[in-house]
Every structure is written in C-alpha cells, then in structure tokens.
Design a protein around this ligand. Structure first.
Ligand code: ASP
Length: 406
C-alpha cells in the first residue's frame, strides 16, 4: 500500500496537473498555432512512458500469473474479468449508437479529407485473430505489440508456476522487476504536470479553430455520452463492488488526467496501478486486470467507434437498419479489443468497424481532424473502466470489497 506521504504527494501532483491543464489551454487559446512546439514537453513524457511499458507488462503480468499456484483459480479470474470487460464495452458501444441518434452530428457537415491522405487498410478477421500472436520475439518489444506480449507473458507465467520451487527465483525476479518499474513511474510523475501543460497548449492551440468550424456536435455527443458512461455505469459497478463511489472517482482523477493528455492507455497503466493501490485493490487482482484491461478493455473506444460510424453514415446519407446497428455494436466491441493502447489507435481500427458495416472508409479522414480531441476523453474512460471492473472483481474473487487490509 502507498504510504500517507505518497498519497499526499499524489494529490499534490493531481492539483498541479489540473492547474497545468487550464494554464496550457489558456496559452493555446491565446497563442493559437504559434504554440504548437510546446507539444514536445508532452512528447518527452510519453516517450519515457512508452519505453517502460513492455517491461512493465512483462514483469507485472508475469509475476501475477506466476504467483497463482492454482491455475484453475487463474482461469476463473480471467474468465470473470473477460465477462466484465465485454459487458461494459457492449454497453459503451450501445451508448455510442444512441449518442449518434440523439445528437445527429453528421447531419449538415461536409468536409474534404486532408490532402494526400489514404485511409488505412481495414483489418480482416484473420488479421485480428493473429493480432494476439507475435510473428517473432522482436515484435513483443514495442508498445504496439502489447496484446501479443500479454499472451506471451501469460504462457511464460504459467511455465514459471508449473515449475514450482524450481521456478521460485524467476518469480522473485519478476516481483522485483515489477516494483522497480512502478517506482520509476512514481518518479516520472513529478514531471507529469509539465507534460500536461505542453499537450494542453498544443491541443487547444492547433485544434481550437477547427472545433469552431463544425465538429461541435460530434465532440459534444462523444463527451456527453462518454462521461455518462463514466458517471453512471462505473458508479453502478463500483456500488455493486461494495466500494465508495466518491473514493473511486477521487482516486481515478490522476489516471484520468494522464490518460486524457497522453491519449494512451498503455502509457497510463503505471499511474492506473497506483490508483488501484490507493483504492485497496489487492495486487493479485490489479496486476492482472490492469495490464490486460489497458490493452483489451476500451469502453471509450467502443463508444467512439460506434458513434463515429453513425456519424459517417449520416454524413453520406446512408441508412443503417437494426441489423446493421447490431452488427455495429459487435464490430465496435471487437474493434475496441483489437485497438492498440496508443494515441489514435482507435482510428486505425475504425477502418475495420466501417468496413464491417459497409460504410465508406473516407469517413476516417473526416474523423481524423478532430481525433485527438475525441481520443482524449475515450482514453480517460478506457483506463477508468479497468479500475471499476477491478473493484468488482475483487469482491467476486475475494468475497469482500477493496480495502486497505489486503
Ligand atoms: N488512445 C486510446 C487508448 O490508448 C486508443 C484509441 O485510440 O482508441 O486507450
């Protein structure tokens, strides 16, 4: 558990980040495109985080799996976790469709794709299945390969667990490794407010004028329903978990802001782990649920992909019948699972979603202009959902809500 001093420092960092967010926005608003170079302040932070992601995933998941002596118990935890992740993502995708019909963002907007832009090739179902398995070892080493690294690490952890005593030194190594990386992250957090300032100035400076031109409805629809999912669905989940919702929202603020500004669930993983610790979610749960969740559980992305598809259909005057809408919810679920936890990852998988329901891929270019703004909120919710589900899983697996006594 985090010590009181660490908790206090984390709170101060959050305050500093909120101030940085507002200050950066003001600087961006006044400076416009002239402040675009401030983006580098955030890029530095993001690069360091991205570099430590693969080892962090390896050590934390590896340790979690290796320490589960009873492999049937592991199977049980994983199965429950996946059910929770899938149910919440389906709800989110449904919100996305509803948001599209309530706000009708595509009606009356006509935009030309950016010059020279070619839409990404949509993934086939084979690409998606094979996306869980690496071609070779080197593929495991980048953030984009996180899904593959998780599968590999689980196999590795099972190997260590099956070895019993002979595997104990490796298990100790995995534990020490995960502690080291979590420590590095807590040091890096002192720099976070500066990164938030840089990104916030850049976002408002560069995209501010674009917002005014007409994407307002799409952004409003996205923010309204994404926040609704955050406030309504997660409050219910956390309530069923027997955990204080207000405490959940308080502890979630730090990862929320980091995700909002870095736009990467993977980069926010370490910060989300700190929040889980403060909430009292036991290590055997969050060391498994958060790295896996960062990669596969993306409620915000599912909502965004469904909403974007409805938006594009409206834009091109295409009528989506009930069968297509059901297919869309399913496609958004799969698309969100297959999305890489990096900035803009959801836009790439949007190509898969659009082609599944037969919508023009040109829509990708239209979304592209405002994607960073939509990405910010969807990523914040992507990471928040992981901790809400972890709280519920704690109750289901341990029979009592998260507390500091684990
Ligand atoms: N940026 C998102 C994330 O990392 C993925 C996406 O683009 O939807 O969670």
């Amino acid at each position: 558990m985090a010590t009181p001093v660490e908790v206090r420092r984390a709170q101060l960092i959050v305050v500093a980040m909120v101030i940085a967010l507002i200050l950066g926005g003001l600087v961006g608003y006044i400076g416009g495109g002239g402040v675009k170079d401030l983006k580098i302040l955030g890029d530095i932070f993001l690069r360091i985080l991205r570099t430590i992601i693969p080892p962090l995933i390896f050590f934390t998941i590896g340790y979690a799996v290796a320490s589960i002596v009873d492999l049937r118990r592991l199977g049980w935890i994983l199965a429950l976790m996946l059910v929770l992740y899938i149910v919440t993502s389906v709800i989110a995708a449904t919100w996305g469709v509803i948001a599209g019909f309530v706000f009708k963002p595509g009606v009356g907007i006509g935009l030309t794709p950016p010059a020279g832009y070619t839409p990404p090739k949509p993934a086939t179902w084979q690409d998606i299945v094979l996306g869980f398995f690496s071609l070779d070892f080197s593929e495991l080493l980048s953030v984009g390969g996180a899904l593959k690294l998780i599968v590999f690490t689980m196999i590795f952890g099972v190997g260590v667990a099956l070895l019993g005593d002979a595997g104990a030194p490796i298990k100790g190594f995995l534990e020490a490794g995960s502690r080291v990386f979590i420590k590095i992250v807590s040091l890096l957090m002192y720099y976070a407010p500066i990164a938030v300032f840089g990104y916030s100035a850049w976002l408002i400076g560069v995209y501010g004028p674009e917002i005014a031109k007409g994407y307002v409805k799409l952004i409003l629809a996205s923010y309204t329903f994404t926040l609704l999912h955050f406030i309504l669905v997660y409050a219910i989940i956390v309530y069923i978990a027997g955990f204080n919702s207000l405490k959940y929202y308080r502890e979630q603020l730090e990862p929320f802001l980091v995700a909002f500004t870095t736009r990467s669930s993977a980069a926010t993983l370490p910060v989300n782990m700190r929040a889980a610790e403060r909430m009292g979610i036991p290590g055997d749960i969050y060391r498994l649920t958060l790295p896996v969740g960062a990669t596969v559980n993306m409620d915000g992305t599912a909502l965004y992909q469904a909403l974007s598809a409805v938006f594009i259909a409206q834009l091109f005057g295409i009528d989506l019948g009930l069968d297509k809408l059901l297919l869309l919810v399913l496609a958004a679920l799969i698309g969100s699972i297959a999305t890489a936890a990096i900035p803009g990852g959801g836009l790439i998988m949007l190509a898969f979603v659009l082609s599944t329901v037969g919508l023009p891929l040109e829509g990708i270019a239209i979304i592209l202009a405002v994607d960073p703004i939509l990405d910010a909120i969807r990523t914040a919710i992507n990471v928040s959902g992981d901790n809400a589900c972890s709280a519920l899983l704690t109750r289901l697996v341990h029979g009592k809500p998260p507390t500091s006594s684990y």
